[in-house]
Design a protein around this ligand. Structure first.
Ligand code: KIV
Ligand code: NA
Length: 266
């Protein structure tokens, strides 16, 4: 398998081939993700919730991200490795650059992901891309904004809210982002943003029209404790192994079977 790169992901969008992204937090799961032919492995700060058992992603530190990214990088070869920036990575441009240097230079990520489109975030995206660190933006239901949103609520339902998400998407692309994760928005908005942007849009609860899909691996294996989001699906149910479950997720994203209306917002 040829290594997945930022240019190859852009070619996939141009050719209408779906991009598959899945989280991983350690070497063994990374190897499963690699074996299944996933395009992008994401060390998400979701690890704060599904690995550490915390109530939100906010307490996850840069140090912990570096640790998990290092472990995941050892399980990958062709899969592109993306790493989440911790909460308040835009506290200063210097901190964002330090985090980028550690996650990419030290831990082995090829891309960092940062939530939001506020002025400081746009500045951080620009500063990172200027230093040749590719950035994945993340908009919509951004989990680090849980206190602002007052919970994990679908974004962009009202017309003015949808327009805001669309203009944020254009702004992160303009700032230099190479990729966008769009989370928890109605399918119609997912489609609009995907068509408006040149960069690939990876959806999670953003409908079937996005350029690709991402899920939290423990959600799609059905092992995350408690209530799982509407947009996740248990791919291990009725299957014999983790490898089969991830393989089914990859196949369903590639052929457009996932997500269906049942796993989308209208
Ligand atoms: O932290 C994470 O796992 C994420 C994905 C759900 C996109 O940000
Ligand atoms: Na995240």
């Amino acid at each position: 398998r040829k290594p997945v790169t930022v240019p190859s992901l852009h070619a996939m969008k141009a050719e209408g081939r779906k991009i598959v992204m899945l989280t991983a937090y350690d070497t063994s799961f990374a190897a499963q993700v690699e074996h299944a032919g996933v395009d992008i492995a994401l060390v998400g700060d979701s690890l704060g919730m599904v690995v550490q058992g915390q109530r939100s992603t906010l307490p996850v530190t840069l140090e912990q991200m570096v640790y998990h990214v290092t472990m995941v990088s050892r399980g990958l070869s062709a899969t592109l490795l993306a790493a989440d920036m911790p909460f308040m990575a835009d506290r200063s441009v210097d901190f964002a650059l330090e985090a980028g240097a550690r996650l990419v230079g030290e831990a082995g990520a090829a891309m960092v992901k940062i939530e939001g489109a506020a002025p400081h975030i746009l500045e951080a995206i620009h500063a990172l891309t200027e230093r040749v660190i590719p950035v994945c933006a993340h908009l919509g239901l951004t989990p680090q904004s849980v206190h602002k949103f007052g919970g994990y609520k679908v974004q962009g339902r009202a017309q003015d809210d949808a327009e805001r998400v669309l203009s944020e998407a254009l702004a992160v692309q303009q700032a230099g982002a190479s990729l966008l994760v769009l989370e928890g928005v109605p399918s119609a908005l997912g489609e609009r943003v995907t068509k408006a942007l040149d960069i690939p849009v990876i959806g999670i609860g953003a409908g079937p029209q996005c350029d690709g899909q991402v899920l939290v691996i423990y959600d799609m294996l059905g092992i995350t404790p408690g209530k799982r989001p509407k947009f996740s699906k248990d791919f291990l149910a009725g299957r014999a192994s983790v490898a089969e479950a991830i393989g089914a997720f990859v196949a369903d994203v590639r052929n457009g079977a996932f997500p269906s209306a049942e796993h989308s917002y209208n």
